[in-house]
Design a protein around this ligand. Structure first.
Ligand SMILES: Nc1nc2c(ncn2[C@@H]2O[C@H](COP(=O)(O)OP(=O)(O)OP(=O)(O)O)[C@@H](O)[C@H]2O)c(=O)[nH]1
Ligand SMILES: [Zn+2]
Length: 205
């Protein structure tokens, strides 16, 4: 990938405890020179691994912090930390709130979804693309960390496709769990129909 070269700014250890009591130790790394100038984080967990397990986690304030049931981000984050702690690897916490459209726009999109639009139609009604995420900074971070051959934890085929084009070799794509509920099943169903997410849902209502 052409462009600025990134470097590590700081690495610091942060012990974590989740609401269910699960504990893990994160080595949190910050960077200089990231392509989009955002404050993305890399959290390393577990043993050193030749092919690290990586999760590209897109920020979701409502799901990650408040436990929103409109999406599956909170449980996916929790799952990723546990699996990476076992396998060894990195969780990249990417500041791509709302698939890159930002928090306020995501909440606008939620309001539109409450009038019947699906998650992608709501983005378009607001003048956005379906998904505005760009993984250039993620590729820079992985390169700086020496993680240029990875296993990737995702159900979204766009993530391995994009990160692969950015020079990171994806050995294996591992699916995450499916956290369907009455509140998010339409959202998850739209992902399956629209972007080919590799998840199997219980009958969508
Ligand atoms: N615009 C928009 N963003 C949403 C909506 N629901 C969740 N998000 C955002 O979508 C992102 C979460 O997507 P991911 O967890 O990476 O999910 P994914 O792209 O399906 O990929 P995997 O989870 O890796 O399979 C976060 O940035 C959320 O804020 C929505 O209805 N509209
Ligand atoms: Zn979410």
């Amino acid at each position: 990938m052409a462009g600025m070269s990134a470097a590590i700014r700081t690495s610091v250890t942060v012990p974590l405890r989740f609401p269910d009591g699960f504990e893990a130790v994160a080595r949190v790394t910050t960077f200089t020179g990231l392509a989009d100038g955002k404050e993305h984080l890399a959290l390393a967990f577990g043993p050193a691994a030749e092919t690290p397990l990586v999760r590209l986690h897109s920020e979701c304030l409502t799901g990650d912090v408040f436990g929103s049931q409109r999406c599956d981000c909170g449980p996916q984050l929790r799952e990723a930390v546990e699996r990476i702690s076992v396998a060894g690897g990195y969780l990249l916490y990417l500041r791509q709130e709302g698939r890159g459209i930002g928090l306020y726009a995501k909440l606008d999109a939620y309001a539109l979804q409450d009038t019947g639009l699906d998650t992608y139609a709501a983005n378009r009604a607001l003048g956005h693309l379906d998904d505005e995420r760009d993984y250039s900074a993620a590729a820079q971070m992985l390169t700086v960390l020496g993680a240029t051959s990875i296993d990737l934890l995702t159900n979204n085929p766009d993530k391995p496709a994009q990160i692969g084009r950015l020079g990171i070799s994806v050995r294996e794509v591992l699916p995450t769990g499916v956290y369907a509920s009455a509140a998010n099943v339409r959202y998850l169903q739209a992902k399956v129909e629209h972007t080919g997410h590799t998840i199997t849902l219980p009958l969508a209502g």
